[in-house]
Design a protein around this ligand. Sequence first.
Ligand code: ASP
Length: 328
Amino acid sequence: MSRQLTRGALAAFVLAAQFAVPFAQAQGFPTKPPTMLVPFAAGGPTDTVARVTAQAMSKALGQTVVVENRPSNGGILAPEAVKNAKPDGYTILIHHIGMATTPALYRQLRFNPLTDFEYIGLINDVPMTIIARQNFPAKDFKEFLAYIKANSAKVTYANAGIGAASHLCGMLFMSAIQTDLLTVPYKGTAPAMNDLLGGTVDFMCDQTTNTTSQIKGGKVKVYGVTSAKRVGSLPDVPTLDEQGLKGFEVGIWHGLYAPKGTPKAAIDKLSAALQDAVRDPVVNQRFADLGATAYPPEKATPAALGAHVKAEIEKWGPIIKKAGVYAD
Ligand code: ASP
């Protein structure tokens, strides 16, 4: 028994020693490029926010922040990978509202957003848009609603899997219009957009960071924005609330995370770099062009993100449980 205990203690020590990051090393952080994992496909909305943020943070850190995509349906694999990465500040995660909705959607989630991560800070808020393939037979929201209700057995709605923002928006939309539709899941809304442009799926709800240029270029039809007020970059597109879906509002926020146990010195440097990024006029302009709004620097902090994740889990948990949607 005691020998077993000793062996167990030794194993724990070896594990701790393997993952321990000496204080002095964290002080000099970063001495090599950190990697930011993105839970969805390259070229999509989360990837876009990641690349703008990483580029601005690289300036402040004096090291290039490398963006790496780990796409999966619902975006649940990247958080798990970051949870299990060495907690040295060199592997970080960008994620959206999915960090707060997946705990209610997955009964067997292999990470806990409240206990498995150090928080770095909030990045931005992004509204969503309801868009359809260019030749969809409806010229406005009223016709769109009438058509999908009359053809609910054949209209297809694309999303990035259960836990994605596009899934959340679609779930709330279907409940608001009291109509179930056929969903087609992808590993991100970048591939979903390709199929929408190709006409093989009918519509989706996606972040303005992915849809603005397609809307402006006339490549897709747009039927509304999901924010409470109209979006500056798409001033002619009415809100869903304005068009009769009273109170319909979905806003997608992004944050940065590191594995639990990452030294405070590294977290502080990453957070300071994020604060510089959200202050950067180039970043603010780029986000504004895409309909997004950067958080003020005081929100790009561990405390603000921690409080936000907790509040959003408390907000969405009951809504999702009531809707009875589960991924597993
Ligand atoms: N944001 C995801 C993406 O980057 C999609 C989603 O959340 O719906 O593709």
